[in-house]
Ligand binder design. Structure first.
Ligand code: ASP
Length: 338
């Protein structure tokens, strides 16, 4: 519709007049059409991701397109060693990626242990839209991606390879708390640091549609074939347009054990605020494994169908980025158990 209007104006006004007119109308249209839209995502690298998502929401775009566009930013970021290209590899040196995407009506798609494809979130969306399935893994996921026209690439960068070789010297696998914060942008961290990281992103668009996306290279130095929570619908991501959406970051095994994101959404359905729901899901993890929980991080992030947001984590240090018509780069520290 907007394109058609612009075309008609062009024939009437001429090119230069159109440039001014369409600029003004784009700004007006953006602020008007973005009212009520909001995007949130995990960790400080979520700020840049949110801004990419916002470019979709500000045009009145669909939440599903926004989250896909948004999480592609850290997937492509060579300084981010735990999402997409340049992600730290598994124990055997393979970069293997997990991702999922979900729409408000329950449509969803995911890939797990996918190698050689730079944007697993795009493949997850293709699984959702072009197959009768929800989750493709490993070789089959790669085969599907190649059939869909994605390019096979080497995702292990020299920097990530060097970090892996350094780790091999001690080969101690020990997931650490908030590696996202400590290690982001650093190189060559041997075992114990940089073990895990994820971007989970939730958005509501101006029409009130919710969607979510989650993508990660999972825990660094993981066993080959290990799959975390991020591509498991209900664990790392869940969206129900009638209630809200949730996503998680941290030690995926703990999130899977408790169907974490599904639990958060169900708690919101029962009347909890997003933060209360995240807190209760975190407490479920802590209650089941009180000793282990002292040393591990899990954070949940949630948004209800009104666009209200909240988060909670086991350990301090988890933050999430918020972007809406009022703020483009807000970073909010989440409350935590300890
Ligand atoms: N949740 C991710 C996984 O377990 C990693 C993380 O967020 O730290 O694969």
């Amino acid at each position: 519709m907007a394109d058609r209007r612009d075309f008609l104006k062009a024939s009437l006004l001429g090119a230069s007049a159109l440039a001014v007119a369409s600029q003004t109308s784009t700004v007006r249209a953006a602020s008007k059409s973005a009212a009520g839209a909001r995007v949130i995502s995990t960790w400080d690298f979520g700020i840049a991701a949110n801004q990419a998502a916002w470019s979709v929401l500000a045009q009145g775009g669909h939440a599903l397109d926004a989250v896909e566009t948004g999480v592609m930013v850290p997937e492509a970021d060579l300084k981010n060693h735990s999402v997409g290209r340049a992600g730290y590899p598994d124990r055997d040196g393979h970069v293997s990626l997990d991702a999922s995407i979900m729409d408000a009506d329950g449509s969803c798609g995911a890939v797990a242990a996918l190698e050689h494809i730079a944007h697993p979130i795009q493949v997850a969306r293709r699984v959702m839209e072009r197959t009768p399935h929800v989750l493709l893994v490993g070789e089959g996921a790669l085969q599907f991606a190649l059939e869909q026209g994605f390019k096979k690439e080497e995702l292990l960068t020299p920097e990530s390879e060097a970090a892996w070789k350094e780790w091999l010297k001690t080969a101690q696998y020990q997931p650490s708390v908030n590696s996202e914060v400590h290690d982001y942008g650093k190189t060559g961290i041997p075992g114990g640091k940089g073990n895990h990281d994820t971007i989970g992103m939730l958005a509501i668009d101006a029409q009130g549609r919710l969607a979510g996306a989650c993508t990660t290279s999972g825990m660094a130095w993981k066993l080959r074939g290990r799959v975390g929570d991020s591509p498991i619908i209900g664990a790392g991501l869940y969206v129900d347009g009638e209630v809200g959406a949730a996503t998680s970051t941290g030690v995926g095994e703990e999130v899977i054990r408790n169907a974490g994101s599904f639990l958060v959404v169900e708690l919101m359905r029962q009347g909890r605020t997003p933060q209360e729901a995240c807190r209760e899901a975190v407490m479920r993890i802590v209650k089941k494994r009180p000793n282990a929980s002292k040393d591990l991080q899990v954070g949940f992030l949630a948004m209800n169908r009104h666009g209200e947001v909240g988060a909670f984590a086991i350990q301090p240090g988890f933050s999430y980025a918020v972007c809406d018509a009022g703020r483009q780069d807000g970073l909010v520290p989440a409350k935590s158990v300890y």
